[in-house]
Structures are given as structure tokens and as C-alpha cells.
Design a protein around this ligand. Structure first.
Ligand SMILES: Cc1cc2nc3c(=O)[nH]c(=O)nc-3n(C[C@H](O)[C@H](O)[C@H](O)COP(=O)(O)OP(=O)(O)OC[C@H]3O[C@@H](n4cnc5c(N)ncnc54)[C@H](O)[C@@H]3O)c2cc1C
Length: 399
């Protein structure tokens, strides 16, 4: 199989690289994740520049401000942008998951109102699915919406909502009918995050960062016209969002076997037999993942949609990230607890990423849930037992 670019792909790669070189610096070492005000302003400015130059969403149709490009061009853009210090974080959820859901299920008015502003970095979106007792089993959520004339009244609580504190809008999954089985009584809405009754409370992380939040809804009113999909069809709408989420979180960055090998050379650990065995394991897994990604790229280049095997990427990368960072910190012995970026090797990325890796193993589907998907939908093994499948939601026992 030939993995080299075709002449047209090579030309697009050069165009993308030249554009990126004009506006950004190449990554030098791994940078720690930032989530402060100046990082947000920089991300908005970069998003605007991309949109004005038709690099913001490669595969979106031109009528929505996209480039009308191929899936392979989107892969190439992703590969090139990853080489640069590009601040894309705050837009990943909105443009990767929420807006594609609005495009798929929204009215023409919704598309006119929301798509361009999100694309140009003027408005940020968040995804309001998870609740304290509904994460992996998100269809078990309890936040309810009750119809009142032409509006719905929302009461309940969401949790782990990434970026809610700087978001303007969100897509909100709620229960509109508790008398039917859990998957059938859900409905999806667009919610204005700045309206009365929406309270965003920060969750402070062990890393010192603040990336996600609790969000409380008290008598929040949403017009029926801001519904996405039919009443009771929320699960169908959510599956489109979740499919996009798993594609988006597949290849998150962080130190890999190459970075820890470089560090081990300077630290004098390369002669340690136990370390060399680990390094060999990471290398072999990274090559396996690289070839699996080539399969995805081949499917895309043939116009096919990547399937559930895409879940493999996050399991491999997130677990290795945690393992690699743990080993690097062990190598640094008692200095390993120092997290200051200007005092530690590689800008303390091993420390910063060590704090982030467990979250990555949970976000967008935990290791166990992704293994279930691979078992059932890739390997064709029997399904998990689901005792509540046909039970009305309000007859289910909950603790
Ligand atoms: C960094 C980060 C960002 C996030 N951002 C968002 C966001 O923006 N919006 C949003 O809505 N949510 C977000 N989440 C929430 C995320 O979707 C949930 O945390 C995730 O789905 C797991 O749900 P839970 O935390 O309730 O854990 P639970 O579902 O309670 O799981 C607890 C444990 O049980 C295991 N388990 C559960 N069910 C099964 C099963 N059937 N078989 C085997 N094992 C099982 C799990 O693997 C896990 O180990 C985010 C989470 C993180 C970590």
C-alpha cells in the first residue's frame, strides 16, 4: 500500500504548511496545557484567521464557510497544524461536536444564526450531557424539561462540562418523558449559557487547572424552536455528537516514546534493562497505532466513514501517556514532584501530562466502555447484559 501523498495532496500539504508558517511558530518541545484569559484570546484570534482563509473546517461545504475539501485534506491539515503551536483547544468541542449536530438537526435559522459565528471564533460552545449519576450510561440522565406553552422549563444538574465557564451556547440533553424506556424519553436543545437560571460552578483540578464545571439549571426557559430533532429523539441526536467526539479525541498529543527516550539519554537511564523493555513495548504499540491510523486514512481516502475500530486510538494513547509520564517522573526521583515549567526538563510536560492523562482515559468514553465497543462492534462478541432496556425510566431503581 502506498502511503505517500498524491501530487494534489502534496500540493495541499505545502499550501497548509506555508500558511501555518506565516502565522504560527513550530512547536519547540512539548508545551503545557493552558486555560487562562490570554490563551482564550489567542485561540479566538487564531480561529478567526483560519476561518478568513478557509482553513477552519476543511470538509465543511463552502456555503457554511468551510473549504469543501476532502477527508484526506482534513487529515493532512490536522497533521500539519499539529506541528505548530496552534491554540485550538476552546473550539474542539463546539466545532468538532456541537456545530456538526446543529448542522445535522437544526433548522435553516439555526444554521444561519450559529454556524458562521462559531467558525470565526466569535462564539464558543459546550456539550452538556454528563450528570452526577449519568456518565457512561448517559441515557440514564435526570435533568428534566417540562413543556409550558411554546417553551420548555429546564431543572437539573450537569457535571464535567468542559469550557462551560467561557461558553456562549451549549447543546443540552434532557429528559422530556420519564414514562418510556430511558433511551426513548430524551430530547436535545440549544441552550444560551448566559441566560438567567444557568449557574456555572468551577471544578478545580489536581493539576491546578480549571477546565470543566458543574452546571445547574433552575427554571431555565428554552423556546421549542431551539429543539434539535423531534421530541423523544434526543438519543439519536446524541449519537451523532458522540460519534464525532470519539473521532475528535482519538489522537490527543503528549510526550511519546521518542520524548522519553531523548530524556533517558540525558538522564543516563538508557542502560537500565527494565527501562529498555518498557521503551520497546511503547515503541511497538506506537507502530501498531500508526498502522491502524493508516487504515483509517485509507478508509477516508476511499470515501468511507471510519468505524468503531477508531476507539482503539484513545485507549492506546491515553494509557501510554500515563505510563510514559509516570516512568519519566520516577526517573527524576524526588525532583519529579517539581512542576514548574522553567525548572524541569521538557518544560515539565511529563508532570503536566501525568495530571491530565487519567482525565483523557475517562473523557469521550472510559477505557472499559471503549473496550466494550471494540468487543461488541469490532470483534462481534456477545453484548453486555442490559436489564433496563425495556423498563420505563421512572420504574428504574436508582441510588
Ligand atoms: C477531561 C474530561 C472532560 C469532560 N468533558 C465533558 C463535557 O464537556 N461534557 C460532558 O457532558 N461530559 C464530559 N465529561 C464527562 C465524561 O463523559 C464522563 O466522565 C464519562 O463518560 C464517564 O462517566 P462517569 O464519570 O459518570 O463515570 P461512570 O460512568 O460512573 O464510570 C465509573 C467506572 O465504571 C466503569 N463502567 C461504567 N459502566 C461500565 C460498563 N457498562 N462496563 C464496564 N465498566 C463500566 C467505567 O469505565 C469507570 O471506570 C468529561 C470528562 C473528563 C474526564
Amino acid at each position: 500500500m502506498d502511503f505517500n501523498d498524491t501530487p494534489a495532496e502534496a500540493a495541499f500539504r505545502k499550501e497548509a504548511h506555508d500558511f501555518l508558517s506565516k502565522h504560527l511558530e513550530l512547536k519547540s518541545g512539548a508545551k503545557p496545557r493552558q486555560a487562562n484569559e490570554s490563551a482564550l484570546a489567542r485561540a479566538k484570534a487564531w480561529q478567526k484567521t483560519k476561518a478568513e482563509n478557509k482553513f477552519a473546517q476543511i470538509t465543511w461545504p463552502k456555503e457554511w464557510g468551510g473549504r469543501g475539501g476532502t477527508s484526506m485534506e482534513a487529515v493532512i491539515w490536522g497533521q500539519e497544524e499539529a506541528k505548530f503551536d496552534a491554540p485550538t483547544g476552546p473550539f474542539a468541542i463546539g466545532l468538532g461536536m456541537c456545530i456538526p449536530t446543529v448542522i445535522a438537526f437544526g433548522s435553516d435559522e439555526h444554521k444561519k444564526r450559529y454556524v458562521q459565528k462559531a467558525l470565526h471564533g466569535e462564539e464558543i460552545w459546550c456539550q452538556l450531557f454528563s450528570e452526577p449519576s449519568a456518565g457512561s450510561d448517559v441515557a440514564g440522565l435526570k435533568t428534566k424539561a417540562v413543556k409550558d406553552g411554546d417553551e420548555w422549563v429546564i431543572n437539573g444538574q450537569k457535571v464535567w462540562t468542559s469550557g462551560a465557564h467561557y461558553s456562549d451556547f451549549g447543546i443540552l440533553l434532557v429528559r422530556t418523558n420519564p414514562k418510556v424506556p430511558k433511551h426513548k424519553g430524551l430530547t436535545m436543545f440549544i441552550v444560551n449559557m448566559k441566560q438567567p437560571g444557568v449557574e456555572v460552578r468551577p471544578i478545580h483540578q489536581a493539576s491546578g487547572g480549571r477546565e470543566f464545571n458543574e452546571v445547574y439549571f433552575t427554571d431555565v426557559r428554552i423556546p421549542d424552536s431551539d429543539r434539535l430533532g423531534a421530541v423523544g429523539d434526543g438519543w439519536k441526536v446524541a449519537l451523532v455528537t458522540l460519534m464525532n467526539e470519539r473521532l475528535a479525541v482519538g489522537g490527543s498529543p503528549g510526550p511519546d516514546w521518542g520524548e522519553i527516550m531523548d530524556y533517558a539519554k540525558t538522564a543516563g537511564t538508557m542502560d537500565d534493562q527494565a527501562f529498555r523493555e518498557k521503551l520497546a513495548d511503547w515503541y511497538v504499540a506506537a507502530q501498531g497505532y500508526k498502522l491502524t491510523k493508516f487504515r483509517t486514512q485509507t478508509a477516508l481516502s476511499r470515501g468511507q466513514t471510519p468505524g468503531p475500530e477508531n476507539s482503539i486510538g484513545k485507549i492506546i494513547t491515553a494509557n501510554h501517556l500515563q505510563d510514559i509520564c509516570n516512568s519519566a517522573i520516577e526517573m527524576q526521583d524526588h525532583y519529579g514532584i517539581i512542576t514548574e515549567t522553567d525548572r524541569m526538563p521538557a518544560d515539565a510536560i511529563f508532570q503536566q501530562s501525568f495530571m491530565w492523562a487519567p482525565g483523557l482515559r475517562i473523557a469521550g468514553g472510559t477505557d472499559e466502555i471503549l473496550k466494550n465497543i471494540i468487543a461488541e462492534r469490532v470483534l462481534g462478541l456477545p453484548q453486555d447484559v442490559r436489564v433496563d432496556k425495556d423498563l420505563a425510566f421512572d420504574e428504574m431503581k436508582s441510588g
